[in-house]
Design a protein around this ligand. Structure first.
Ligand SMILES: [Fe+2]
Length: 174
């Protein structure tokens, strides 16, 4: 069997060819919508990390409720992330896909595993409310030009995160 020595193999980088999608949205608007979705993707990823972090590290009287609710939530976010990233690609833009890019784009704070169980609930509540605002900002440019596919996806995520925020708020109310 012949063994190839990689440093002797010349690999030419192929010329990159990009084709702009022709979706009736207009170049500027298409990019504006994709940019707003990149923020949604970054927020979703960072919220996934926070939610899973608290699923693992929670201690205290609220252990069971936090451990169980966070599991449902991070599984849901994990599925949604793929749809959001693929919508960005459908709109002709590259999807951010590194933690550095996500950290630059996100409005979600870094999680803190030292928080008490109640403080984790507050953090999850505030972070879900933060992503709701990012989603609302993404809904506007899409709705303006009847980009129903994006608006639909964003509306679905809005419903989820508004409901999650209500659940955490409910835990804090007396
Ligand atoms: Fe688990």
């Amino acid at each position: 069997m012949e063994t190839l020595e990689l440093e002797k193999v010349k690999i030419e980088t192929p010329r990159q060819i990009r084709i702009s999608p022709n979706l009736g949205l207009g170049e500027h608007k298409r990019k504006e919508i994709a940019d707003s979705l990149k923020k949604v993707l970054a927020d979703s990823y960072c919220l996934l990390v926070m939610t899973q972090n608290y699923h693992w590290n929670v201690r205290g009287i609220n252990f069971k409720v936090i451990h169980e609710l966070t599991e449902n939530q991070y599984l849901d976010i994990f599925k949604a992330i793929d749809d959001i990233a693929e919508r960005i690609r459908t709109l002709g833009e590259d999807a951010p896909g590194t933690m550095t890019e996500f950290n630059e784009l996100t409005s979600i704070n870094l999680p803190n595993k030292e928080l008490s169980d109640r403080e984790m609930i507050v953090d999850l509540l505030e972070s879900n409310e933060t992503i709701v605002k990012t989603l609302r900002n993404a809904l506007h440019p899409a709705s303006e030009v009847n980009d129903e596919a994006t608006a639909d996806l964003v509306t679905e995520r809005l419903k989820v995160h508004e409901k999650v925020a209500w659940m955490w708020r409910g835990h804090l109310e007396q």
